[in-house]
Design a protein around this ligand. Structure first.
Ligand SMILES: [Zn+2]
Length: 105
């Protein structure tokens, strides 16, 4: 399973590209930059599922439609499309952030 984020979460490049287009998350409808979104392409048959099996048994060609879905990072994690890094693989946070987060005195 691919990891949640690579290259600072976006594939924008180092300033050469500027702003990127926005897409909508298929799950929650959130507006996300296209280079940050997690894109999944699936081929969906144009006829209902129960008929597809019978048609394929007979050797008939079943037309399929290309469906592109974009997901925001949190939805992709929730749906199991991407996974979070293991605890020891995660980025080390600065000390003051850790203190604030866990309220260690
Ligand atoms: Zn979402």
């Amino acid at each position: 399973m691919p990891i949640k984020r690579k290259n600072r979460g976006r594939s924008k490049g180092k300033g050469s590209r500027g702003r990127s287009e926005y897409v909508f998350c298929a799950q929650c409808g959130k507006r996300i930059p296209a280079d940050k979104a997690i894109k999944r392409v699936s081929w969906v048959p144009t006829v209902p599922g129960s008929i597809v099996k019978e048609l394929e048994k007979q050797g008939t060609y079943v037309p399929k439609k290309r469906v592109v879905r974009y997901y925001c990072v949190s939805c992709a994690v929730f749906l199991g499309i991407v996974k979070i890094r293991a605890r020891d693989e995660r980025k080390e946070l600065p000390e003051e952030m850790l203190l604030r987060r866990y309220k260690v005195k």
